[in-house]
Structures are given as structure tokens and as C-alpha cells.
Write a new protein. Structure first.
Length: 344
């Protein structure tokens, strides 16, 4: 009988169902596809998966549950597994898709996707996921709710502007729209107050927020978003992982001398975290000498201001991680100096 040294359950997550595949690796490094199944994405389905696994998996050897970070649909199952002291690994979709292209599978279905996730877990030594500590989950809910309100308010303001441009504007429409904006403003102020209270009452979170706000361009709300979307950097190991998580990692397609695509950021990551650094990057370039020098140097190199600004966003994100991990405040520089922390 072949000795099993590792077993992984790959989970392809959808809103209403979980497609799973169990794979095992033998002592001779042979990969075995044991079984696949489909279960509901709810508590009853989670319990059914555990029962199914007891029949299919090898006893005495832990199973690693590997899944993609798919919005919020994976969270219930991840929390259920963590609550039951099971091994959970959550991976960025870009890593899975890159790995899947290396396999010989020509047909892409939920079943083959779960198998690719499972084989990825076999081939990699992944960091185990743990639920966010303290109030990070509540903080994320509040910052995302605020962002939705801001988007809604922008839509209403555009509608009011368009209505004013009409030949005969509807006074009733404008009145109702302005009332909705007033309500949104009240709700946003309420959320801001809750965010401030939540951070102030958590010493660890508060200390990290104070450090982040020493960086030029970053205020209380941006600091809150950074902490909420990264769980206070608790599961981030290095800057490369962080930029990939935010979708600010650079992708370039080049083959020989005939194919040379333009380098660009992947945008396959946490859009909330990526978006949070747009305005801070603009402020940093205007108000801080080190970032101004870096922006001018990058712009003079390729002449594209937006490309340089994205690089500033990436540097700001990396800087927040470095300073928080080192428990160190940002130190501005004089005009005749360069900031070595910002330059590779």
C-alpha cells in the first residue's frame, strides 16, 4: 500500500456552491486524484464536506483546505474551518490561474479548477490562514460601507448636475435627490465616528494607525482602509506579497525580439486597497521631497506621469508595511537629501 505524505482539498468557491477535489501525494512523489464533489455553500454543506472527507481521506494525516480569495463568498467556509481547528490556506486567484496554465488540462470547469487548486496546494508550502484578530473584520465592513456610500453620493450628484442641464429641470427630482445626499452625509459621518472609536479602543490597531499616518498624504481614513484590508499586516510576509495582494505588481510580456508588450500592473488583487492610495500618492508628490524626487526621476525616464504615479502608490503601500513591521515613524527629508527607503 502506498504511503501518503500529504493530502489537500482544493475548493472552487461560488456564491451558492463549493466544488471540491481531494488529492494526495505518495512517498514516491506520485500525485493521486482521489475524489471530487459538489456541496452547498452553507453550514449544512460544510458539515457534509467534513463527513465526505472522513470517508475519502487517509486517517492520521491532516488535510489542507486550499481556496481562492473570491470576494466574500469564501469567508463563511474559511471561518467554519478555522473555528474547527482545521488547516486553511487562502491564495490569490492570480497565483492559481498562473499555475493552472502549466497543467495539461484543456477544459476549464469548476471541477478542473478545484483540481488545479488542490495540485497547487500539493506543490507549494502555503501559509496557514487565521481569522482576522481584534476588530479588523468590523473595520473592513465599515470602510467598505463608507466607500459604497461615497460612490452612491457621486452618482446622485451627477444626476442632479444632468437634471440642472435640462431645458426644464424637475424641481421635485432635485429636491428628493438632495435629501438623499443629506442622508448619505449623515450616514458617512456616523461611520467615520464608528471607525474612530473602533481604532481608538484597540491599542494595537491604534499604534499601527498612528505610524501609518506619519507617511505624507495618508490620513485617518486611508490608514483605516489599509489596516482593514490587510488585517493589520498580520499575514503579510514581505513587500512582494503585499504588492501582489493589492494588484500593484508589474506584469510584462516578452518573448525573443518579436514580442515585447508594455509593462503594466496586474490589477488582479484587492481593489479597495489599491484605490486607497490614489489620492495619497498625489498629495505625497506635492508635499514630500523624497516622493517628489522619485516622481520626477521616473517621469524623466519614460515621460508618463500616470505610470510614475502608480509607482508612487506602490512605494507608499510598501512603506506602510515596512514602517508598521519596524514600529517606526516616517522621517521626512530635506531638499538636498534623498530618502534611501524609497529608492531601490
Amino acid at each position: 500500500m502506498k504511503k501518503i505524505v500529504k493530502q489537500v482539498l482544493g475548493v472552487d468557491v461560488a456564491q451558492k456552491e463549493l466544488v471540491v477535489s481531494l488529492v494526495q501525494r505518495t512517498e514516491s512523489q506520485e500525485n493521486l486524484l482521489i475524489a471530487s464533489g459538489v456541496f452547498d455553500n452553507d453550514l449544512r454543506g460544510f458539515s457534509s464536506i467534513i463527513t465526505w472527507l472522513k470517508r475519502k481521506s487517509s486517517t492520521g494525516l491532516p488535510v489542507e483546505f486550499v481556496m481562492e480569495a473570491t470576494g466574500v463568498y469564501h469567508e463563511k467556509f474559511a471561518y467554519f474551518l478555522d473555528q474547527n481547528d482545521l488547516r486553511v490556506c487562502i491564495v490569490q486567484p492570480s497565483k492559481i490561474s498562473n499555475y493552472a496554465r502549466s497543467l495539461e488540462t484543456k477544459t476549464v470547469t469548476d471541477k478542473t479548477s478545484s483540481q488545479a487548486i488542490a495540485y497547487f496546494g500539493l506543490d507549494r508550502k502555503l501559509t496557514l490562514w487565521k481569522r482576522p484578530a481584534g476588530g479588523y473584520k468590523n473595520l473592513r465592513q465599515l470602510t467598505r460601507e463608507r466607500d459604497q456610500l461615497i460612490q452612491e453620493r457621486t452618482v446622485i450628484k451627477n444626476q442632479i448636475h444632468a437634471e440642472h442641464a435640462e431645458a426644464e429641470p424637475s424641481v421635485d427630482f432635485i429636491t428628493r435627490a438632495e435629501k438623499r445626499i443629506s442622508l448619505i452625509n449623515d450616514q458617512e459621518n456616523e461611520i467615520r465616528s464608528q471607525i474612530k472609536t473602533l481604532i481608538t479602543n484597540d491599542k494595537q490597531m491604534f499604534d499601527k494607525a498612528v505610524i501609518i499616518q506619519t507617511i505624507p498624504g495618508i490620513g485617518p481614513l486611508t490608514a483605516a482602509i489599509v489596516l482593514a484590508e490587510t488585517n493589520g499586516f498580520d499575514l503579510i510576509r514581505n513587500r512582494k506579497q503585499l504588492t501582489s495582494y493589492a494588484g500593484l505588481d508589474v506584469r510584462e510580456k516578452q518573448s525573443g525580439t518579436s514580442i515585447k508588450g508594455k509593462a503594466s500592473i496586474s490589477k488582479r488583487g484587492n481593489k479597495n486597497l489599491r484605490k486607497a492610495f490614489h489620492l495619497p500618492a498625489l498629495t505625497a508628490v506635492r508635499s514630500d521631497e523624497a516622493f517628489k524626487q522619485l516622481f520626477n526621476r521616473l517621469t524623466s525616464r519614460h515621460g508618463v506621469k500616470m505610470k510614475a504615479l502608480v509607482a508612487i502608490q506602490r512605494k507608499l503601500l510598501e512603506l506602510t508595511f515596512t514602517l508598521v513591521k519596524n514600529k517606526q515613524a516616517y522621517q521626512p527629508v530635506r531638499k538636498d537629501e534623498e530618502q534611501p527607503l524609497l529608492v531601490k
